[in-house]
Design a binder for this molecule. Structure first.
Ligand SMILES: *C/C=C(C)/C=C/C=C(C)/C=C/C1=C(C)CCCC1(C)C
Length: 237
């Protein structure tokens, strides 16, 4: 019976289910790519590429559950979504820290970024679930934490470290900064499509899952590839 439901819900007109399915495949392929490339890197870069693989692998497992949840229950898998993010977003902060370590990044910076991302995600989760009547307020608080992260990497101490590091690290840092500013901005947009607030009259409603699935593919795989490329380039020199 469960299988029947699954098949019937995976018809070609189920665009949302399709993006869950493709997302799952893409995350698995990316993980295989990062893990299998590990041997080509020396110790200095191996950890960074390993973390790229862990990010896409954790996402692959969650997408596997989320596509099932969508097919069987037919609702947004908000809980799995946020469990995925609370594990993978701090790992992305670890990536920033790891590449800036050459310029003397301290763990203070890492904990500050992790703290901000936890605030961003917990408040976002509350706004989408328990306190959805005041989604705009919780989304706003989450947005402030997001803004501080953007500030920190573009203009704050992380950017100063990147400038001090120079070369390939600075280049990679700049690209990652764009991911956080533009790629991550898709998430609050998805949030506004899925919740009710002052923005609803302007934006209307839409599928939060399509927005989040596209954003995850861009950010998790793209981010990982920037790190991979940095490792390849730096090792050549
Ligand atoms: C791999 C997953 C990533 C990079 C997830 C990032 C998520 C965000 C940047 C979410 C941000 C949000 C806001 C800025 C406001 C509304 C609530 C959120 C949590 C969707």
């Amino acid at each position: 019976m469960k299988n029947l439901v699954l098949i019937s819900k995976m018809l070609p007109d189920d665009y949302i289910g399709f993006t869950f399915f493709v997302g799952c495949m893409a995350m698995m392929a990316a993980s295989a790519f990062f893990f299998l490339s590990l041997n080509q890197f020396d110790k200095k870069w191996r950890t960074s590429v390993l973390v790229s693989g862990l990010i896409t692998f954790i996402a692959a497992v969650h997408y596997f559950y989320m596509k099932e949840y969508w097919a069987v229950v037919g609702e947004s898998p908000t809980f799995f979504r946020y469990v995925d993010w609370i594990l993978t977003v701090p790992l992305m902060c670890v990536e920033f820290y790891l590449i800036l370590k050459v310029a003397g990044a301290k763990t203070d910076l890492l904990w500050k970024m992790i703290g901000l991302s936890v605030i961003m995600l917990v408040t976002g989760y509350l706004g989408e679930t328990v306190f959805s009547d005041s989604a705009a307020l919780w989304g706003g608080i989450s947005g402030i934490a997001y803004f501080i992260i953007v500030y920190e990497i573009w203009l704050g101490s992380a950017s100063k470290l990147a400038t001090a590091a120079g070369g390939n690290v600075l280049k990679a840092h700049k690209i990652l900064c764009w991911f956080v500013l533009v790629g991550w901005a898709i998430y609050p947009l998805g949030y506004m499509l899925g919740t009710d607030g002052w923005y609803t009259s302007i934006l209307g409603k839409g599928s939060v899952d399509i927005a989040y699935n596209i954003a995850d593919a861009i950010n998790k795989i793209g981010f990982g590839l920037v790190i991979y490329n940095l490792a390849v380039q730096s090792q050549k020199e």
